[in-house]
Structures are given as structure tokens and as C-alpha cells.
Design a protein around this ligand. Structure first.
Ligand SMILES: [Zn+2]
Ligand SMILES: [Zn+2]
Length: 349
């Protein structure tokens, strides 16, 4: 099969002919119809996240937000059949540890990530291990491009809103109007929150308004915590950092009102390497919460897909561009300069 392969960090991907994946007894093979190009792929391509134990061995096939059709299943697979249209959460889970059994497989003890610890879907075919647990069947009304958009960024933004315990009427600040940020904005708006989008790019803030933000703050021109405290008259109830830089993390914590909740969903890059000093005394005196959010537990897909099918959430509207496998390299390069807008999805393999 054809695959786009990272042979060297920060160098163009190579289009190579590689062996087709074959299923183990519990696996499914999926013919990929759509695969998103995510900032996490960019981090993998850059060679980041060694501090998370997430730097894949070279060469590797990236791609963790995908959808397609099952073409082959192992002999122990029962629930998933050839011909099913499926997607997966980017985080593979074992299905039988205490976390998986208690409904939070995104905390699985044996968590693996497509395109990092498993072969990804910048390819014609991809193997889904433990398919009965990990493959999620798509409803009729959800096409592959939409499902690919959901696979990582959208469901991550959706889960961040749930982790933020966002209530109707709450002021919710979202820092970073990229894929995850826009997804959080759509979701928070859909449940009746008042959303403020923060970014450094006016074009992205314009899209944020279209997706439901009632106010925007350009972090290049304004002090973010000050501007948000003024708009909300006292601070946001919930603030979501969808980016993961020292600046966005601090802006997010500092824009909260007393009792507010910060949700960290963006992972940091080379500069922070996972370590950022926090205004700890303020967290105590204002009784703030600092919450992490990773992916989206498999059981939460039911609600998410139902809302998408009903048209109340619209991940498809965030897909700005579809490309060929050969173009993936250029898209990663563009991400280095934050030139991409919304989601780019590979649809030709
Ligand atoms: Zn598990
Ligand atoms: Zn991703």
C-alpha cells in the first residue's frame, strides 16, 4: 500500500510502498477514506514529546484522526464486521484495565496512540488492534471526512468542555482558535455558554465568531486576562487552553473568576517541555481548579455522534481543505508558521 512516511524529523515525508497491514486475531483492517492532519502529527514530525515518552521510532507513518471501511477482521472479532464504517479515538485502549472498565479508557494503563506507538493512517490501510473495543461504528448521517475531523481535535474540544463542567450561561474563554479551540467553541456554544475566543490571528477569530463566540480577544493587541475580566465583569467561569504555551496557560488561569476552572488540553512544545510555573498562591486564594483533559473516552462518542447526526454540532464546517497524501508534507510545514486554518483532511491516498 501507499503511505506517507516520516523518515527524518522536520524533513519532507516520503511517499513509499509499504507492506499491507495484516490483522491479528482481535484486529480489524480499515481502508482509510479520510485522515486529518493534526498539530499532534506536527509535534511527532518535529520530534517533540520525548518528555512524554511519545516520540516514535523513525521511520513511522503518522495519522491518528481517521475514518474508513473495514475490509478484514481477525477471527476473534465479533462486534465489528467487514463493510462497517468506523472511526477510532486517537488513543487505543486495552479494554480490560480498571480505567477501561470504569468508562475512562482515555486513562488506560496500556494507552497507545495511532501514528506514534501504532502505525498511523497517512496510508491506504490501517490496523485497529482490539477492534471490538476500539472501533466505533459511524451512524448513517456521519460521513468519513466529518468522522476524521472528530477523531482527535473535535472530540478533544468536546471532552474539554465536559471536563470544564460548563453550564448554560457560563462565560467560557477558549485560548487558541485552531482545531481543538474551534471544536470547544462549537460545543460550549451548543450547550448555551457565552464563549470568548482568544487568538493572535484576526482571521481565526472571525471563524470563531462564526462558530458561536460572542466576543474575541486578540492576544497580540490586548492583555488577555484584563480584556476577559472586563468583558465578563469579573472573569470567566471556565477557561480552556487549547494550545499549550507558557503564555496561553498563564492567560487562561489568570482570566478566571473566583472558583473558576482552568482546563488544560493543549500539550506544550519544545520551549516548555511540559513544565510551566503557575500562580499557585492565586489558585489557593481564589479557589481555582486546574484540570487536565485528554482525548475523549470511548463511551462519550455516543452522545457526540448523535449531536453531529442531528446537526447540533458541525465538525464538517471546520474542515477548510481536503488534500492528497502527497500534500501532507506541505501542510505540516505550514503548521510550523501557524499558516493553516481550521482542519485539513487527506481524502486521496
Ligand atoms: Zn485499559
Ligand atoms: Zn490530533
Amino acid at each position: 500500500m501507499r503511505a506517507a512516511v516520516v523518515v527524518e524529523h522536520r524533513k519532507p515525508l516520503e511517499i513509499r510502498e509499504v507492506p499491507d497491514p495484516t490483522p491479528g486475531p482481535q484486529d480489524a483492517i480499515v481502508r482509510v477514506e479520510a485522515c486529518g492532519i493534526c498539530r499532534s502529527d506536527w509535534h511527532g514530525w518535529m520530534g517533540d514529546w520525548t518528555w512524554l515518552g511519545l516520540s516514535p521510532q523513525l521511520p513511522f507513518i503518522p495519522g491518528h484522526e481517521f475514518a474508513g471501511v473495514v475490509v478484514e477482521v481477525g477471527k476473534e472479532v465479533k462486534r465489528i464486521r467487514v463493510g462497517d464504517r468506523v472511526t477510532v479515538p486517537f488513543h487505543y485502549a486495552c479494554g480490560h484495565c480498571s480505567y477501561c472498565l470504569s468508562g475512562v479508557p482515555n486513562r488506560c494503563e496500556d494507552l497507545k496512540i495511532f501514528g506514534f506507538s501504532l502505525d498511523g493512517a497517512y496510508a491506504q490501510y490501517v490496523r485497529i488492534p482490539n477492534a471490538d473495543f476500539n472501533a466505533i461504528k459511524l451512524p448513517e448521517g456521519v460521513d468519513s471526512v466529518t468522522a476524521a475531523a472528530i477523531g482527535c481535535r473535535y472530540m478533544t474540544g468536546y471532552h474539554a468542555v465536559i471536563r470544564g463542567n460548563v453550564q448554560p450561561g457560563d462565560w467560557v474563554a477558549v485560548h487558541g482558535a485552531g482545531g481543538v479551540g474551534l471544536s470547544a467553541i462549537q460545543t460550549a456554544y451548543a450547550i448555551g455558554a457565552r464563549v470568548i475566543a482568544v487568538d493572535i490571528d484576526d482571521a481565526k477569530l472571525e471563524i470563531a465568531r462564526r462558530e458561536g463566540a460572542v466576543a474575541t480577544v486578540n492576544a497580540r493587541r490586548e492583555s488577555v486576562p484584563g480584556a476577559i475580566r472586563e468583558i465578563t465583569r469579573g472573569g470567566a467561569h471556565v477557561s480552556i487552553d487549547a494550545l499549550g504555551t507558557r503564555e496561553t496557560i498563564l492567560n487562561s488561569v489568570l482570566c478566571l473568576r473566583k472558583g473558576g476552572r482552568h482546563v488544560q488540553v493543549g500539550l506544550t512544545g519544545q520551549e516548555e517541555q511540559g513544565m510551566v510555573a503557575l500562580p499557585t498562591d492565586l489558585i489557593v486564594s481564589m479557589e481555582l481548579e486546574f484540570v487536565g483533559s485528554l482525548g475523549n473516552p470511548h463511551p462519550q462518542y455516543q452522545g457526540l455522534l448523535a449531536l453531529v447526526e442531528q446537526g447540533r454540532l458541525k465538525p464538517r464546517s471546520l474542515v477548510s481543505r481536503t488534500v492528497k497524501l502527497e500534500e501532507a508534507s506541505d501542510v505540516l510545514q505550514a503548521m510550523s508558521e501557524f499558516r493553516t486554518v481550521g482542519f485539513t483532511v487527506i481524502t486521496e491516498f
